[in-house]
Design a protein. Structure first.
Length: 267
């Protein structure tokens, strides 16, 4: 009988101990408001929280990168569409070429285009940009063309005032402006007048837009001068359009007329 009582008491020791631990733990949680449990949880979950934050940052950075690429692509596409629309309005059709080289030391003097003799480009071809004249081709390789900009101080060309037809010649100033010197002593010119290439130009076809007058100095000697602001964005060009020289176009037209049945005679 005594043995059975001792055995039952011994078997109840483990449940009693566990119950005591549970009561003690519950009392401790109540007294400390569960602070130790929160500390243990934070310690265990901290690596997972850090990894989650890092992933979110990577995803956010990647999203911003993709958005930037998309905006850049849309801007490039719009510029190309504008150029293609500009080309389609011109006769003869030009060759769209990207600017692949521009030295900081010669920023206003020359650019290199990513089209060359393989595309039929030759020296003295005219180069236009959005808004107006850019320059002319001065040397060609198989895949590139070097362009002398009209903003180069050594670049000179015949120009005229569209409104009054007063003529003169223009030279670059190494910036987004040029100087026009008039042939007349008292030219009819004022700020805002449009400037285009004249029929006296030997390098470019007549009537190409160049820019507009921003100021006039009638007292300049030996002839009045005006400051011309280029209509093409010379500082931020990314694409250009190349056209055959006017003499070559005339030769092609003459060849086409001579092959006509009537011998090319005009009425």
């Amino acid at each position: 009988m005594l043995k059975n009582t001792i055995r039952r008491w011994w078997d109840l020791r483990l449940p009693i101990a566990l119950l005591g631990l549970a009561v003690t733990a519950a009392w401790g949680v109540r007294q400390t408001q569960g602070a130790p449990l929160f500390e243990v949880y934070n310690w265990v979950s901290r690596p997972f929280q850090a990894n989650g934050s890092g992933q979110e940052q990577l995803i956010s950075a990647r999203t911003q990168e993709l958005q930037a690429r998309l905006l850049e692509s849309e801007a490039q596409n719009q510029k190309l569409k504008d150029l293609l629309g500009y080309v389609s309005a011109k006769k003869p059709k030009g060759i769209v070429a990207p600017i692949v080289g521009r030295s900081a030391d010669h920023w206003w003097q020359q650019i290199t285009l990513g089209r060359g003799s393989n595309d039929g480009i030759k020296t003295d071809f005219t180069v236009m940009g959005p808004g107006g004249l850019v320059g002319r081709v001065v040397s060609v390789t198989r895949n590139t063309s070097l362009v002398l900009l009209v903003s180069d101080p050594t670049s000179q060309l015949g120009v005229g005032i569209t409104r009054s037809r007063n003529m003169g010649f223009m030279r670059g100033k190494g910036g987004n402006q040029a100087v026009m010197e008039f042939f007349d002593n008292v030219p009819n010119v004022k700020p805002g007048d449009v400037v285009s290439t004249s029929s006296f130009s030997q390098l470019f076809p007549a009537g190409l837009p160049v820019g507009k007058i921003v100021s006039v100095d009638m007292n300049k000697t030996p002839a009045p001068e005006a400051v011309v602001e280029f209509s093409a964005p010379m500082n931020s060009l990314e694409w250009a359009v190349i056209y055959p020289h006017s003499k070559e176009v005339e030769q092609k037209n003459a060849a086409g007329e001579s092959s006509a049945p009537n011998g090319g005679e005009k009425q």
